[in-house]
Design a protein around this ligand. Sequence first.
Ligand SMILES: [Zn+2]
Length: 132
Amino acid sequence: MAVKNEILQVAQECRLNAYAPYSEFKVGAAVLTVNNKVFVGCNVENASYPCGTCAEAGAISAMIAAGEHCIAEILIIADTKCILPCGNCLQKIAEFGNAETLIHSADLHGNIKTFTLQQLLPHNFDAGDMKC
Ligand SMILES: [Zn+2]
């Protein structure tokens, strides 16, 4: 539980830096790696909407940039209710996690829901799918 509180706090702080002038929907994320390193990200919108990036993607990019590659847990916190990662981000989490990787979704009222990656993306695409 202590680890979850740590990543909750840093994700919440990072959420405040989100660049969301169009939706005004700020999201923060924090990744905890299997080596107990923490990386954060926030959503970054763009006037050309498809160019925007999700908070989870930012946190995962920071993790990779630091040389870490294995997600143990990820927490997402948004302005409103507990939200879940989009399909694109679930696939990104699958690339660096496993079926038991924990995905926490928090809101600003202290609610947290926890799922495994298996629950949210039971049939992800992976490198094995490219082989005959
Ligand atoms: Zn996403």
